[in-house]
Design a protein around this ligand. Structure first.
Ligand code: ATP
Ligand code: MG
Length: 359
C-alpha cells in the first residue's frame, strides 16, 4: 500500500529539459495514467519513478520513504513493458518465479504464489510453455503475473497494450484493471491512446512537452478540459473561433461563433482576448433546415455521414466555411439525414470556451 509523491521532478538531457517540474500526489491504490503524444516525456517520468533515470532535480517518495537515490531493485516495483521483456529460454513458471527467486523465497511459497498468479491472469495450465510458444496477449499476461507476484509497492506499465491487435487490446484492459483493483496496487500506466486512458484510469494526467497540462478523473478531463490541447487530445472536439461578447471573466461566457451567439462556461481567461469554443460532437444538434437559424444555431450542409446503427456521425460544412463533426444517437441516429442536405446546427450549453493560445 503506497502513496506516490512526485515533487517538482525535472530532467535534462544535453541542456534540454524534457521534464519541466512535475509535481503530483498519487493516492494509495490509484490507477494513474500518463497520457500524451510521442516525445512528451511519459517514459522518462516512468523511468524516474522506477529509478532507471536519475532526475536532474526533484524528489520521489513512496509513502514516507524518499526513494530518489534508491537503486531500482530496492524500490519494490513491478514493471510491464511494451515488448514483454520475458526471458525467452525460461518457462512461463520460471519467468513468473524470477522475482521471488531473486528474493530467496522458499520453494513451496514460490510454487504456491506463481500458481496463484498464473490462475489470476488466466494461464493456469500453461506453466511449462516457453514464451516463444505463446501469443502476444498470453505473453503480456505472463509479464503482468511476473510484475505482480512479488507484491510490488508500485506497478509501472509503459504502453503494455500497444503491440496487441485491437480486439485483444480491449480485452486486456479488463484483465489489467481487474487485477489492479483486486491487488489495490498503486499503478502508473503510460499510453498515447486516449480511449485506453478513459476506460482504465482513476486519474489521467495529460502531458504536453514535459509538463502535466491537466490532471483529473476521466469524466472530469473529458467534460471540463481547461485547454484546447486537452480537449483535442482527450476525446474529439470541434474547435471554432469564438469572439467574446462583453466581459468574459465570469464563469459563464457569451461568444459569437460563426455569426451566432453561443453561451457556455469559460474555462480560463485568455490574456490576448482570443478564444475557441470546444464543442464535442455530441454537444451539437442537427436537424433538417426549415426557416432561418435562431440564437445558438448555424446553417450548414451535410458533406458526408456514417450510419453506425446506434449512432450516426456527420461531417457538416457551416455557412462560414468551417467544418464540424456531429454525432446523433438512438432514435435520432435511426433516421439519418442525407448527404448534401441543408441543415441547422445548434450548440448546446455543454459547449466550453478556452484560450486560443492553449492549443
Ligand atoms: N537517453 C536520452 N538521451 C537524450 N534524450 C532523451 C533520452 N531519453 C529520452 N530523450 C528525449 O526526451 C524526450 C522525452 O522522451 P520520452 O521517451 O520520455 O517520450 P515519450 O512520451 O515516452 O514518447 P513515446 O510516446 O514516443 O514513447 C524526447 O524528446 C526524447 O528524445
Ligand atoms: Mg515512451
Amino acid at each position: 500500500m503506497t502513496e506516490l509523491v512526485l515533487g517538482d521532478i525535472r530532467k535534462s538531457y544535453h541542456h534540454v529539459e524534457v521534464l519541466k517540474g512535475i509535481s503530483r500526489r498519487i493516492p494509495d491504490g490509484t490507477f494513474f495514467t500518463l497520457l500524451g503524444p510521442s516525445g512528451c516525456g511519459k517514459t522518462t517520468l516512468l523511468r524516474v519513478v522506477a529509478g532507471f533515470v536519475a532526475p536532474t532535480a526533484g524528489r520521489v517518495h513512496f509513502g514516507a520513504e524518499d526513494v530518489t537515490h534508491v537503486a531500482p531493485h530496492r524500490r519494490e516495483i513491478g514493471m510491464v513493458f511494451q515488448d514483454y521483456a520475458l526471458f525467452p529460454d525460461k518457462s512461463v513458471f520460471e519467468n513468473v518465479a524470477y522475482g521471488l527467486r531473486a528474493r530467496r523465497r522458499p520453494n513451496d511459497e514460490i510454487k504456491r504464489k506463481v500458481g496463484e498468479y498464473l490462475e489470476r491472469v488466466g494461464l493456469g495450465g500453461l506453466s511449462n510453455r516457453l514464451p516463444t510458444e505463446m501469443s502476444g496477449g498470453q505473453r503480456q499476461r505472463v509479464a503482468l503475473a511476473r510484475a505482480l507476484v512479488i507484491g510490488p509497492r508500485v506497478l509501472l506499465m509503459d504502453e503494455p497494450l500497444s503491440n496487441l491487435d485491437a480486439a485483444l487490446r480491449v480485452q486486456m484492459r479488463d484483465v489489467i484493471r481487474s487485477l489492479q483493483l483486486e491487488t489495490k496496487t498503486t499503478t502508473i500506466f503510460v499510453t498515447h491512446d486516449q480511449e485506453e486512458a478513459l476506460a482504465m484510469s482513476d486519474q489521467i494526467a495529460v502531458m504536453k512537452d514535459g509538463r502535466i497540462d491537466q490532471c483529473g478523473a476521466p469524466d472530469e478531463v473529458y467534460r471540463n478540459p481547461r485547454t484546447a490541447y486537452v480537449s483535442r487530445f482527450v476525446g474529439s472536439a470541434n474547435l471554432l473561433e469564438a469572439r467574446p461578447m462583453g466581459n468574459q471573466t465570469e464563469e459563464v461566457g457569451r461568444f459569437e461563433v460563426n455569426g451566432t451567439i453561443v453561451t457556455g462556461r469559460t474555462m480560463s481567461e485568455a490574456a490576448d482576448g482570443r478564444y475557441l469554443v470546444v464543442a464535442r460532437p455530441e454537444n451539437l444538434g442537427i436537424r433538417k433546415a426549415s426557416g432561418a437559424p435562431g440564437e445558438g444555431e448555424v446553417a450548414g450542409r451535410v458533406r458526408s455521414l456514417q450510419f453506425q446503427g446506434y449512432r450516426t456521425s456527420y461531417r457538416v460544412v457551416l455557412c462560414g466555411g468551417e467544418e464540424v463533426n456531429v454525432e446523433t444517437f438512438g432514435e435520432l441516429a435511426a433516421t439519418p439525414l442525407g448527404r448534401g442536405d441543408e441543415v441547422i446546427i445548434s450548440f448546446n450549453d455543454k459547449c466550453l470556451f478556452v484560450p486560443e493560445a492553449s492549443s
